[in-house]
Design a binder for this molecule. Structure first.
Ligand code: NAI
Length: 325
């Protein structure tokens, strides 16, 4: 079994080497993303393995099919970057539905605490022997109201963490669950009542820009926005305006709607063309991490184990429990 592995990063290769070898899989690692310009690299392979910023649109699926590639293995949960309808009945698509909801939920809380207790500022100050506390006043999470959008695997872990902090939890999900200890509300009511809003739902046609200018107008003044889900859930331009107008008190962003050509790469020697991102990063109350929420040893190990098993199942049985189409 040969696999073309796109967007390969040093931190994940050892895990795939370990599990791939055990499963009899020969992996060719490519640093480049999969796109219509790079799809030719998959020639002679049975499967391609892709991540969140590989662009697997209709043109790439057509090209993969004509190269004889049998399956696309996403080594992530989200699949908004793959044209599933184009793939249906032509090329199998599998994903990793869960690998560590704790990794993402814990990073969400880490970003929230860092932001509201100004730890990112304190770290830089004390390294310069600046021990002043001016400008570092935070607020207690205890007693605050958090609005959780999406109460699936990650949203539920985040809710448990918030409950541990003594927060009141509101939730919005088109498919509410009786198991979730939260007050489900219509989205507009959640927006109007939350001190903190955290996104944990997939990016779909319905959820695209669910936080836009009209939604921001409904928010409490000083609200903290946390997005560790998918960038385009939030209209970044509207978010920036909300911050400039002092309506939004802080934003913690692990994802950004135009991240594809930037995140996961060292762009420190380059001039950033994206004015919205540059302005957001320049704000003292905006914290950005580069799609890092999943990045724990446990998650990487689970991703490699499940992805190689998915491919093995597809290859040997023609079926896989984690098959999307
Ligand atoms: P999940 O599938 O377990 O839960 C998603 C929940 O969102 C479901 O309960 C679903 O009913 C709900 N939902 C669907 N459409 C919605 C809408 N329009 N509004 C509100 N809720 C909606 O997914 P899981 O594992 O909890 O992951 C959530 C998201 O986290 C993923 O879709 C992915 O985008 C993101 N993610 C981010 C990572 C990172 O490193 N930053 C890593 C892994 C996932």
């Amino acid at each position: 079994m040969n696999i073309a592995f796109f967007d390969a990063k040093d931190y994940e290769i050892p895990y795939f080497e370990q599990y791939g070898e055990g499963a009899g899989i020969n992996i060719r690692y490519f640093k480049t993303n999969l796109s219509k310009e790079t799809v030719e690299l998959a020639r002679g392979t049975d499967y391609v393995c892709v991540f969140v910023n590989d662009r697997v649109g209709a043109d790439v699926i057509d090209a993969l099919e004509s190269l004889g590639v049998r399956g696309i293995a996403l080594r992530c949960a989200g699949y908004n970057n793959v044209d599933l309808e184009r793939a249906r009945g032509r090329i199998a698509v599998v994903h990793v539905p869960a690998y560590s909801p704790y990794a993402v939920a814990e990073h969400t809380m880490a970003m929230l605490l860092t932001s509201i207790r100004r730890l990112h500022k304190a770290y830089n100050r004390t390294r310069d022997f600046n021990f002043s506390l001016n400008g570092l006043v935070g607020f207690d999470l205890h007693g605050k109201t958090v609005g959780v959008i999406g109460t699936g695997k990650i949203g539920r872990v985040f809710i448990d963490i918030c409950k541990g902090f003594g927060m009141h939890v509101l939730a919005y999900d088109p498919y509410p669950s009786k198991e979730v200890q939260a007050e489900y509300l219509p989205l507009a009511e959640l927006y109007a009542r939350s001190d903190i809003i955290s996104f944990h739902c997939p990016l779909t046609a319905q959820s695209y820009h669910m936080l836009d200018k009209a939604a921001i107008d409904q928010l409490k003044k000083g609200v903290v926005i946390v997005n560790t889900s998918r960038g385009a859930l939030v209209d970044a331009g509207a978010l920036l305006e909300g911050i400039k107008e002092r309506k939004i008190g802080a934003a913690c962003l692990d994802v950004y709607e135009e991240e594809t050509d930037l995140f996961f790469e060292d762009n420190s020697g380059h001039i950033l063309d994206d004015d919205t991102l540059a302005r957001l990063i320049s704000m003292p109350n905006v914290l950005v991490s580069s799609h890092q929420a999943f990045l724990t040893e446990e998650a990487l190990s689970n991703i490699a184990r499940i992805t190689t098993q998915n491919i093995k199942d597809l290859h040997e049985k023609g079926e896989c429990a984690n098959r999307l189409v």
